[in-house]
Write a protein that binds this ligand. Structure first.
Ligand code: HEM
Length: 493
């Protein structure tokens, strides 16, 4: 079997979450589990495998789906279910070591309140009890995550009941359940809206995604030239951008336990919504500019989703979910220097498209070596029901816990997710800037950060920017192919 750039993708074996984010299923919950008895847990798994929602070949999408179920496992989960050492050793280091290591703490900026010692799950204050591998008790116990999506709350609770009711006799114990909220802005229709909800700062989220070769997404129009990445950038067992198989438990033909699987990065990110809008409003007053415009410059899109590079003057309904753009080579508004969409904005630095260097074509290729498929969901009560920035700006702080369950899929955690967070988001010198980390998710040690808006005749600098997002918990998971879940269920030991 050769390594083809556009291979035959085995839709029936791939978990459907790789293909779609289930925006038509606004109710969702993520249940974290520990295996207490591997034998019984395998029986539970064998039944669950039949209920996992597979991806679908083009033209076969089920638009009337009422729910979807997915399963991901940590390295410790695979170990506990007796996956052989030879297979385990083939997994890449980042997945084997997990998110909460001293090295990754530095890489990802998980310091201070965001440090793993303060997480609610995934890790815990563990230094004194850490074992020889540096793992603490809670790390050891987080084995599985069930991702449950449903069209409404009653359907969600019905599915939960049917899967989790006899958990204790199934050799499993529930660690915690992470609930979610669908934040529908005025432009969003929560029932069957294909365009995505908002996140807590008030911006439409879940718009830009890479198009995976051989695997069209449900929404057409994502196959924009320059936005197609090789299948192996997301799925194990297929050729990646280097024409090689991603690291993982597959043989030279891409077959084996890892095939059709991907790595799922989960980070529970608390958002300080009042802090964000207070900062933006204060700076806007000082500099006599519009607060919503400044916030849009920080994101790179207007709150309704319109990309700034397409429409720097204001939002446009027809561009709310537009993803087919570049910066330097934009046919109508070329923006190599960030005058429309600032160099340091969240979307321009998490996917710089054609502006990584002076050669737009090469730049697009380089950017596409660091893409992720995002599947996040918000959690916590919204500060205002309709997510209107004008209201968000004025509301007093209720100190409530709210944020984003950031979820992304990638075949190489170190070259994709970690690279984006470390070298693009946390890098204060990104794109020739000076002390500007990503205004939403970047981390700068010591001093407060700066956000720069490129302008003529002189740039405008917004200083003393605090950190608006903090980590609350997280882990690296493997989202296996469905046949691999059946293999797990049939293991002995
Ligand atoms: C609370 C945390 C976060 C918030 C509020 C947030 C918000 C947003 C928003 C509003 C967009 C634009 C809409 C869209 O294209 O979907 C976006 C895009 C994006 N975000 Fe985030 N995000 C967060 C965390 C992250 C993290 C942790 C990463 C990766 C390390 C990330 C990577 C991206 C990428 C790759 C895009 C698409 C860029 C493009 O292709 O144009 N985000 N985010």
């Amino acid at each position: 079997m050769g390594l083809s750039a556009t291979p035959e993708v085995e839709f029936h074996d791939i978990q459907g979450l790789v293909q779609r984010g289930y925006k038509e299923l606004p109710a969702a919950e993520f249940v974290l589990l520990t295996v207490t008895d591997a034998l019984h847990a395998r029986t539970w798994l064998s039944k669950l495998a039949d209920r996992i929602e597979p991806a679908t070949a083009p033209g076969h999408d089920k638009r009337d789906r009422a729910s979807a179920l997915h399963l991901a496992l940590t390295y410790q989960g695979l170990q506990t279910l007796s996956v052989g050492k030879e297979t385990l050793d083939q997994f890449p280091l980042a997945f084997r070591e997990g998110m909460a290591t001293v090295h990754r703490e530095r890489l990802l900026g998980d310091r201070g309140a965001s440090n793993a010692a303060n997480w609610r799950w995934g890790s815990a204050p563990c230094q004194p009890n850490a074992d020889a591998e540096g793992l603490c008790e809670t790390d050891r116990k987080l084995h599985l995550m069930l991702l449950i999506y449903a069209k409404d709350a009653p359907t969600l609770s019905h599915i939960k009941k049917s899967v989790l009711d006899e958990l204790d006799t199934s050799g499993l114990h529930r660690i915690t359940a992470l609930d979610t909220v669908f934040l529908a802005g005025p432009e969003c229709d929560p029932t069957g809206n294909p365009n995505g909800p908002k996140e807590h700062f008030g911006f439409r989220d879940g718009i830009a995604q890479p198009h995976i070769a051989g695997m069209p997404s449900r929404e057409d129009g994502h196959a924009v030239p320059g936005n197609i990445i090789p299948t192996g950038e997301i799925l194990l067992g297929y050729a990646n951008t280097y024409g090689e198989l991603p690291e993982g438990p597959t043989d030279a033909n891409g077959q084996g336990f890892g095939r059709n699987g991907t790595f799922l990065v989960f980070r529970q990110l608390h958002q300080d919504v009042v802090g964000f809008w207070n900062y933006v409003a204060r700076q806007a007053t000082e500099k006599r500019c519009s607060a919503v415009e400044l916030a849009a410059k920080m994101v790179g899109r207007w709150p309704d989703g319109t990309p700034l590079v397409e429409s720097p003057e204001g939002p446009q309904a027809s561009l709310q979910t537009h993803d087919g753009f570049v910066y330097a080579g934009h046919p109508k508004h070329p923006d190599p220097h960030g005058f429309h969409c600032p160099v340091g904005s969240h979307i321009r630095r998490t996917n710089p498209r054609d502006v990584l260097n002076d050669d737009p074509r090469q730049s697009l290729e380089l950017s596409n070596q660091h893409r992720i498929v995002r599947r996040g969901r918000s959690y916590g009560t919204p500060l205002v029901e309709d997510m209107d920035p004008a209201k968000l700006m004025k509301i007093p702080d209720d100190q409530a816990e709210r944020g984003l369950h950031f979820i992304c899929l990638n075949a190489a955690i170190d070259r994709q997710f970690e690279f984006i967070q470390n070298l693009w988001a946390n890098n204060p010198k990104f794109g020739g800037l000076y002390d500007d980390p990503d205004p939403l998710i970047g981390v700068l040690d010591g001093e407060k950060a700066t956000f720069t808006v490129q302008k003529e005749p002189a740039r405008c600098t917004y200083s003393d920017m605090p950190r608006f997002v903090q980590m609350r918990g997280g882990a690296y998971f493997f989202l296996p192919g469905i046949a691999a879940i059946r293999k797990l269920a049939g293991l002995k030991g």
